[in-house]
Each structure stands twice: as structure tokens, then as C-alpha cells.
Ligand binder design. Structure first.
Ligand SMILES: O=C(O)CCC(=O)N[C@@H](CCC(=O)O)C(=O)O
Ligand SMILES: [Zn+2]
Length: 337
């Protein structure tokens, strides 16, 4: 059943409300693309876990990866031990194989949202699902991993974006990410109204946007490279402590500046296929536009992440980042390690 859930949800043939048994618990389908995994017994170390995929419709590897985790669970190769909310984000865009239909869903996760349309409606539905889920588990550590893939190649093929927030991320997360073969971490410098930011900002959850390789069509993904990430997701679903590794091999970056597209004339001055984290020297012209949206690198070199000149007016066209030291182990070291 669950291995067919993703397909049924995409074909819009899935039953609107359905429940069924699973090893260790049961599942409930409560809205299109929204699946709740409810364990019979929750271990003391289990977290309340939100796993979202397909927030961008052309990013298929995370959908396949999560599909594998659900298939393993259903086949009895693992046993449910934590409350999990699984979300298939932009169903319409996934059907079209496009990043979005009308507007970028991953910029709409704020409670004051008053726009009308399919993506704003979906954002409101998903925010209320997340609110209800975390409200049901007030005493549990809250996690939300929003799984994506990137448009371009990357000097670090698998990396995570840490949303802006006041609370430092516990070291345990970096250890899990290192074991899951994540190669770099990018700290956001300000609110960004992404789905992962939503769960951190409003619920104090430990959250990331995970970039798991390149955006490719279904069937073309390099799933073996995601096996370590599959083990992290599997452990969270089972309510087991995830594998840990030394995070000192990961590279850490901070956003220094965002290029925003402000004019129709806006363009980036470097090749379209420039990989994420490519470094540009001081004095390099990076963007041109007719509304003060040009940019030249100042005194420090900067690396570019998520360059995309074809975004909507007023939207982010690239992040410019620089390396920072790894987080200090001392204050936030986890009792679970
Ligand atoms: O490869 C790209 O240009 C975009 C990949 C992507 O969808 N990234 C996320 C990052 C979200 C964040 O900044 O936390 C996005 O742009 O929504
Ligand atoms: Zn994405």
C-alpha cells in the first residue's frame, strides 16, 4: 500500500482518508500527499519527525529515497518507532515535472500569507498539518528535514541549508549529517520563509533544507549515493538513535549576501552551469541589472550558491557565501551521542 502511496497521490487516485497497519503501528492518509505514521509504542529517544519531499516538483531523488524507506517499513525490514509526518509537497508541479506551477512554494511558509492560488493554498494546508503534528507531540524533540535536489552541479554534491534562527543547532545534528555523507553546511543569515524555516521559526524544531545531488527525472537518480541518508531517515522512522560520525570533515559556510532580481534586465555575469560553491575573486562582476541589482565582489572572495537569473521579480537569484569555522562542540553537545 505505502509503496503505491506516492504514485496514487500523484495520479490523484489515492483515497482521501485511509488507514492501515504497519509493523510497529499504523498509517493514516489524511489529505492529498499527507501521510501520518503512528507507532504503537514510542521509544524514549524517538523524535517527532516531519519528512517533506517534492516541495519543488522536478526534484525527484528525495521522493524515490523516501519511497524506499516506506517500502522497507511496509515489508517488515524496519519497525515504526516514532511519530512521523510525511509530506509530498507540490503535487501539481510533480505531475508536470516542473519546479512550480504558478509561484515558488518554498517562499510561502509564513503565517501572514494572504496570496490566493494553488501554491499559497497548499502552503496554508501544509503549515496547518505541521502545526497539528507538532501540537500532538509537545514533549518530544522536533525535527523537520525538507529534502531537495539542486538545479546545478556542486563542489559539495550533498549539502544542507540551516535556516536562520536564534537557537544553535545541537552538535548531534552535524554528527548525523556527517554519517549521512553530507559534505557541507550553509547557515542562512536571515528569515527566508522556506518550509524548513517555518518549522524552526514557529515550532523551535531542528530543521534543514537538504540538497541531495542534482534535480533529475524519476529513474535517472543516483540513489546509491543516498544510501547513508536513507539510513539516517530509516533510524528516525524506527525511533532508533541515528548513526553518528565526526563532522570535522564537513565544510561550513555562512550567507554574506543575497542577489535579488529587481529588473527584467537582470542577468548573472557567469556561465549558467557554474557549480554551487564556486569562488569568485574580489572585483569580479557577478550580476547586472537596470534597477540597482548589479553586484561586484568586494574585498573578500565569495562563493555562489543557487544561482538562477530566471526567478520572479523580487526573488532571490543567488546566495553569496563564505567559509566559517565549524560550530563549537562544547555548549550544545548532545546527551544522545
Ligand atoms: O539549485 C537551486 O538553484 C535551487 C535548489 C533549491 O530548491 N533550494 C532551496 C533552498 C532553500 C533554502 O534556502 O533553505 C530553495 O531554493 O527553495
Ligand atoms: Zn528544491
Amino acid at each position: 500500500m505505502l509503496d503505491r502511496w506516492l504514485t496514487l497521490a500523484l495520479e490523484d487516485k489515492g483515497p482521501k482518508a485511509q488507514t492501515g497497519a504497519l509493523p510497529g503501528g499504523h498509517f493514516r492518509l489524511t489529505a492529498p500527499g499527507v501521510l501520518k505514521l503512528i507507532p504503537d509504542a514510542v521509544g524514549p529517544q524517538a523524535r517527532a519527525v516531519v519528512l517533506s519531499v517534492g516541495i519543488h516538483g522536478n526534484e525527484t531523488a528525495p521522493i524515490e529515497l523516501l519511497g524506499d524507506c516506506l517500502a522497507r517499513l511496509e515489508a517488515g525490514l524496519s519497525r515504526l518507532g516514532a511519530p512521523v509526518l510525511v509530506i509530498l509537497g507540490n503535487l501539481e508541479a510533480i505531475r508536470h515535472g516542473t519546479r512550480y506551477v504558478t509561484t515558488n512554494l518554498n517562499r510561502l511558509f509564513r503565517r501572514e500569507l494572504d496570496e490566493a492560488g494553488m501554491e499559497p493554498d497548499r502552503a496554508r494546508e501544509l503549515m496547518s498539518e505541521v502545526d497539528a503534528f507538532f501540537a500532538r507531540h509537545p514533549d518530544r524533540e522536533k525535527l523537520h528535514y525538507d529534502l531537495h535536489t539542486a538545479i546545478r552541479d556542486s563542489r559539495y554534491p550533498r549539502f544542507v541549508v540551516e535556516p536562520y534562527g536564534e537557537t544553535p543547532t545541537p552538535l548531534q545534528q552535524w554528527r548525523w549529517m556527517a554519517a549521512a555523507d553530507i559534505q557541507a553546511v550553509l547557515h542562512q543569515h536571515r528569515h527566508s520563509w522556506t518550509f524548513s524555516h517555518y518549522s524552526k521559526h514557529y515550532h523551535g524544531a531542528q530543521t534543514f533544507t537538504l540538497e541531495l545531488g542534482r534535480a533529475l527525472p524519476f529513474g535517472a537518480n543516483d540513489l546509491p549515493s543516498l544510501a547513508p541518508m536513507g539510513r539516517l531517515l530509516g533510524a528516525l522512522i524506527d525511533g532508533r538513535e541515528p548513526p553518528s560520525a565526526d563532522p570535522s570533515g564537513m565544510a561550513f559556510f555562512r550567507v554574506e549576501h543575497e542577489l535579488m532580481r529587481q529588473s527584467e534586465a537582470f542577468r548573472l555575469c557567469f556561465a549558467d552551469d557554474t557549480p554551487n560553491f564556486t569562488e569568485f575573486a574580489p572585483g569580479t562582476r557577478l550580476a547586472e541589472g537596470s534597477a540597482d541589482d548589479g553586484f561586484t565582489v568586494g574585498q573578500q572572495p565569495l562563493r555562489v550558491v543557487f544561482p538562477n537569473a530566471n526567478v520572479e521579480l523580487g526573488a532571490r537569484a543567488a546566495l553569496l557565501v563564505s567559509p566559517v569555522p565549524p560550530p563549537d562542540a562544547a555548549p550544545t553537545d548532545s546527551v544522545h551521542d
